[in-house]
Design a protein around this ligand. Sequence first.
Ligand code: SAM
Length: 294
Amino acid sequence: MTKKLSAVLSKSSSLDKEAVIPCSYDIIGDIAILRLLPQGEEARTAETILSIHKNVKTVLCQRSKVAGDLRLRALSYVAGENRLVTTHRESNCLFSVDVAKCYFSPRLNFERLRVSSLVGAGETIVNMFSGVGCFSILIAKRAEAFRVFSIDINPTAVQFMLENVRLNKVQRRVIPLLGDSETIIKNHLQNVADRVLMPLPEKALACLQPALSALRPSGGWIHFYGFEHARKSENPVEKSKIVVAEKLWSLGFEFEMPFSRIVRSIGPNWYQTVLDLHILSGPRNLINSTRICF
Ligand SMILES: C[S@@+](CC[C@H](N)C(=O)[O-])C[C@H]1O[C@@H](n2cnc3c(N)ncnc32)[C@H](O)[C@@H]1O
């Protein structure tokens, strides 16, 4: 859950609205994480959040951008119980997570639901960047997927994924795998998948070839998440489509892009986008290959 404090306060009559600094925050389980707040203002804002959200027990403040291969951020304790582990409820699933040692974003909730609604019965899925297993577990619980190979390179995230698989009783369908997804696909998961998830925009283009190699020779689906810069006059989704299409053409694949959208804005003129790629076949002889329009 992502909230703007000013919006929450406008619905509350009993709090001193003048005394509160506007900021946005995420709630993960019973932990609130403040963002974009000048140091020194946290304590007052934290008390307000604790009084508005009775379920929030801990308030932390984000001290750095999400960064590095593991997509982690620096957090500091502000108020309430001093801890980092919580259990988040989303779409009838439970996700246990250490918010400092694992990536987790409640903002991807809609996207996780959207992708899970597309999965057909009996599908084999490879999730290349699973974190604590949110996409994989939601798919296993909501769709009739046969199995979800759920990879992450962060040992702590995989520990929590194992716990979450147990919590949600999907042991027979979700297979957590620790390691680099490109290496795991190359060694163990070639030509197995009906669908591949790539929820790591920073590496998506570089990892497109391994993702394609995980698909069955008859093709399948890739959910490709990217970051795109776009000025006011530009469409970030169209820009992203061109980059990915050129890559797929260069690799000799036939494809369609039947769905795409902006997932969220991540800064001035920067967007996270998703493209649903329907890979029809490939790789083909480049000279004879047909270009498919989207
Ligand atoms: C943006 S997070 C994924 C979020 C997750 N899908 C969710 O819904 O919460 C990206 C994840 O990719 C993992 N990662 C980064 N490089 C990787 C690699 N080469 N192979 C496998 N996992 C990797 C990180 O540890 C991180 O957990």
